[in-house]
Design a protein around this ligand. Structure first.
Ligand code: HEM
Length: 490
């Protein structure tokens, strides 16, 4: 478009750095969203650093993110990540695939499957059934150390059914174990600054046995896990199709005319499937887990939401998606969970495909763009008292408008905006509504009989979770027990 020498705009401001390596020493190794927010306070909504000649743009402002969103076609590529992308293999999945034809085909597949509430409608009964199983799991084993496992199992089951038509086993399911394993690896492999080979791509040519080549062994191990995640459930779904036992799923529908598909089309179906299951299983779980934490910290919210359910749904049945529009406070709890807990605190990095100007600053081609979603979701000028879990902020009244809808932030921007947002919201909603209907969620007691009120702290990595916490989850009444124990009639 234009070259830097002709461009009148300066680079966004930022910490000064030192010759050659630039700002490498300024880069945080953990909780990077806090350091990035400090830069925002010091330099404004858009700042920049240079890492070995690579420009990195840090965005702390929703206005700047909106401008990037409007110019989406220029800012929707992904950086090439040597470790997670190339060596492990995640550049074959939607989340890291370069902008281009394959990217567009992946997105088309996902959008057809779950890209609107209409498309999602066919999966609502399945979501309700799977979430009911979650209630049964918690009733059978309310140990708080198992809560996150129960959530993962539920989320894994929903995605496995939707994508492959696979019914997961109640105890250790081999497919769910594959997802979890590969997801953990993704988070570790793509953590900014974790691998020197991402900063110096030529390091990938160091042979494995040589000093500095240790990452190869890890990459090979993770690549095997990645490959299993792509191939194993896909082959199983194909076996079911061949036996005539396959339920309707993304894979079964996509392979209806398999004989007519090209190898590239088959590759795309297989990797779209793995992308959805990789990106969707772990993310929603983070907000669902955070919801339980929020209820311990804010019993007044729990009470108010339960009162709404009791009056609208009653106690003779569980809430269903058909109640959604009649439960404004529960809806606000869901929206607040999306704001309060940052699943992807620094989003997923984008890459500028050409020179451009944003907010009056020069953004050179190839710049990596990091959006500090955590800060935007906790910006006190948008969300006063941001660390408080307060659903009221999403409800407008005659004397105050609702605060900014966090869904315009937490799912990212441009052509890379999260394609699973309708599924994410639906899964979060039904789990919150059903759990509120039947469980009391309270703090646990320590050995001295004092209540434990856990802090909300996030783990590191691209996908973040609340750190584990103790709580007490008990059925609200005998009636609640019978609703959980009965079969769900839908
Ligand atoms: C609360 C739950 C979720 C949150 C907060 C979330 C957030 C995000 C964010 C911030 C991004 C990066 C957007 C960007 O690059 O600007 C993203 C990408 C993505 N999400 Fe989600 N997500 C959630 C759930 C899901 C679910 C359930 C699915 C599964 C269907 C999913 C599938 C994806 C995929 C495939 C991408 C990559 C898109 C691309 O690179 O084009 N996400 N998500």
């Amino acid at each position: 478009m234009f070259s830097r020498s002709k461009n009148p705009a300066p680079l966004p401001p930022g910490p000064k750095g030192i010759p050659i390596v630039g700002n490498i020493l300024d880069m945080p190794s953990e909780r990077e969203w806090i350091t990035f927010a400090d830069w925002g306070a010091q330099y404004g909504g858009i700042s920049s650093v240079t890492l070995m000649g690579q420009t990195m743009i840090i965005v702390n402002s929703t206005e700047v993110m909106e401008e990037l969103d409007k110019k989406g076609s220029l800012y929707s590529d992904r950086p090439r990540l040597e470790m997670g992308g190339e060596l492990v293999g995640y550049s074959k999945t939607l989340v890291l695939v370069p902008y281009g034809n394959r990217f567009r085909n992946y997105r088309r597949h996902v959008s057809k499957l779950i890209g609107s509430n209409n498309a999602m409608a066919q999966f609502m009964p399945m979501e309700e059934l799977e979430t009911h199983k979650f209630l049964k799991r918690v009733l059978a084993d309310p140990n708080p150390d198992e809560l996150s496992q129960h959530l993962r199992k539920t989320s894994g089951s929903i995605i496995m059914k939707l994508i492959y038509g696979i019914e997961v086993q109640e105890k250790r399911d081999p497919f769910v174990e594959l997802i979890e394993h590969a997801n953990d690896n993704f988070s570790l492999a793509t953590k900014p600054g974790a691998f020197l080979v991402d900063v110096f791509p030529s390091l990938r040519y160091i042979p494995p046995g040589f000093p500095g080549g240790g990452f190869h062994a890890l990459a090979a191990k993770w690549a095997k896990a990645f490959n299993d995640m792509v191939e194993v459930p896909y082959s199983y779904a194909k076996e079911m199709i061949a036996n005539g036992t396959a339920p309707v799923s993304f894979v079964s529908t996509s392979l209806e005319d398999e004989a007519k598909l090209t190898p590239e089309e088959i590759f795309e179906i297989k990797h779209t499937a793995a992308s959805v299951y990789g990106a969707g299983a772990d993310t929603t779980v983070s907000d669902q887990y955070a919801f339980f934490l929020a209820m311990i910290r804010h019993p007044e919210v729990l009470k108010k939401a339960q009162a709404e359910i009791d009056s609208v749904v009653g106690n003779d049945r569980l809430p269903s998606f058909s109640d959604r529009e009649n439960l404004p406070y529960v809806n606000a709890v869901v929206t607040e969970a999306l704001r309060w807990n940052s699943v992807a605190p620094t989003g997923v990095p984008h890459r500028a495909m050409d020179d451009g100007v944003i907010a009056g600053y020069f953004i050179p081609k190839g710049s990596i763009i990091i959006t500090n979603l955590w800060y935007m979701l906790n910006d006190p000028s948008i969300y006063p008292d941001p660390f408080k879990f307060d659903p009221e902020r999403h409800i407008s009244t005659s004397d105050k408008p609702a605060q900014r809808d966090p869904r315009t932030i937490c799912f990212g921007f441009g052509r890379r905006i999260c394609p699973g947002l309708h599924l994410a919201e639906a899964s979060l909603w039904i789990l919150i509504a059903m759990s509120l209907a039947v469980f009391d969620i309270k703090p646990a007691f320590d050995e001295e009989g004092k209540l434990i009120i856990p802090e909300h702290e996030l783990t590191g990595g691209t996908i973040s979770h609340p750190k584990p916490f103790k709580c007490s989850i008990k059925p609200r009444s005998e009636k609640a027990v019978s609703l959980i124990s009965a079969e769900l009639s839908r």
